[in-house]
Design a protein around this ligand. Structure first.
Ligand SMILES: [Zn+2]
Length: 412
């Protein structure tokens, strides 16, 4: 059963919201994108605890803002509320496939709102141009360069393959090698990585379990070592461990080929999440578009593109190709990761374009104020790692994962 309740702002304008009888008041607020700390709620004139209170059919509720800002106007402008406050502001088109929206700093300290709608074909052109512009504007590829691309065998690798091959004439000419780490990948992803390499004509190097075991001097398989980390050390360290082992393998492959530039398929949300996380935990994140890591330069050519945009790109090109498998088992179960992604997705919902601003702002902070950590090569696995941050002290000879492996007794 639906009940209408009143929202009043500090201009004493009143808006009618719908609440479900029996639901938590907190859910009503959240569903209507009302920040819970921006309001108090009165039930029949008396303030109630919105976390505890369930909507009572016979009570009268009034939500009041505690601070004066134009929340209803902003929520209407971003279409989180459907009110007359912003009616007629946005154009529509019947064949629209995707509408790109931006709220960006205008330069005068305030925000400008823009939007462009694309049909399916226009969207493919748009996404490819976004990719090309992203590479050029940040100088991610130089003519004649050799680049090693890390491929997961998932949707992101596929999209990157199409971007690279379909926009080759608009990019500098370069030599591309690809590498796929089979450890912690599903066989299906590995065979997909192989068929993509064939399809796009990108030479592929596979790094196998035995090689990873050798890199780390493990006396057990990489999977067994990781299970030790998960169950005997710290479950929340297991994703970081997988990433570490992947990066070690990729760096090894690059070193074998004499390549110093490595491209990863990180997308907008991945990079935003890394920035948010770095600010929450006080651990440096090297750069929004590229970062220097020891002897390597890491670049993220998909930086301007969000996961949804990438999904739509594949959908627009080949609807049947676009299937995503379930994540591998070690990628599950870390609440922090879910929270950081949700914060980033929510930020982008209430402020489209927030990611781009975060990138520029973060890059400026890194360049002007923060500086970057020094890197060392791990004496056990050979991976480059940051020193003087997190758990790694300045005179550490091995990376954090190798220290954990040592402690767990899995090194030979
Ligand atoms: Zn190491």
């Amino acid at each position: 059963m639906i009940k209408s309740i009143v929202f009043a702002d500090r201009l004493d304008r009143k808006f009618e919201l719908r609440a479900k009888v029996g639901e938590y008041l907190h859910s009503t607020l959240a569903r209507n994108h009302i920040p819970v700390d921006a309001v108090v709620v009165r039930r029949d004139g008396v303030v109630v605890d919105d976390w505890q209170e369930r909507i009572d059919e016979s009570a009268e509720y009034r939500i009041e803002m505690v601070r004066a800002y134009h929340l209803p106007d902003f929520l209407s402008l971003t279409r989180l509320w459907d009110t007359e406050l912003s009616s007629g502001e946005w154009q529509t088109r019947p064949d629209s496939f995707y509408t790109k929206r931006h709220f960006m700093h205008s330069g005068q300290g305030d925000y400008d709102a823009t939007q462009v709608a694309f049909n399916r074909d226009e969207y493919v052109q748009y996404a490819e141009q976004l990719f090309v512009d992203g590479v050029h504007s940040k100088g991610l590829i130089s003519p004649g360069e050799r680049i090693l691309l890390a491929v997961s065998g998932g949707k992101d690798s596929l999209a990157l393959g199409y971007f690279l091959s379909r926009t080759a004439d608009r990019l500098p000419a370069f030599e591309l090698q690809t590498v796929h780490v089979t450890t912690f990948s599903k066989p299906l992803d590995t065979s997909f990585a192989q068929s993509m390499a064939e399809q796009f004509g990108h030479p592929l190097t596979l790094v196998t379990d035995d090689e990873v075991r050798d890199f780390y001097h493990l006396r057990v398989s990489p999977q067994e070592a990781l299970a030790e980390v998960k169950y005997k050390h710290d479950a929340s360290f297991s994703i970081a461990s997988v990433h570490s082992m992947m990066r070690c393998s990729i760096e090894r492959a690059a070193r074998n080929m004499g390549i110093t530039k490595i491209a990863f398929g990180l997308m907008r949300e991945d990079i935003c999440t890394s920035i948010i996380k770095s600010m929450f935990v006080g651990f440096p994140f090297g750069g929004s578009y590229r970062k220097r890591q020891g002897q390597f330069e890491m670049v993220y050519p998909l930086w301007p593109i969000g996961k949804k945009e990438l999904t739509l790109y594949l959908e627009a090109l080949f609807p049947s190709n676009n299937k995503q498998g379930s994540p591998v088992v070690f990628e599950r179960g870390e609440l922090a990761r879910d929270i950081h992604y949700m914060i980033v997705d929510t930020l982008e919902t209430i402020l489209p374009g927030a990611g781009f601003q975060l990138f520029e702002g973060h890059q400026r902070m890194v360049d002007n104020f923060l500086g970057l950590p020094r890197h060392k090569e791990c004496q056990n696995c050979g991976m480059s790692f940051s020193v003087g941050v997190g758990a790694a002290d300045l005179d550490a000879g091995v990376c954090e994962l190798c220290r954990v492996f040592e402690k767990l007794g899995v090194l030979a």
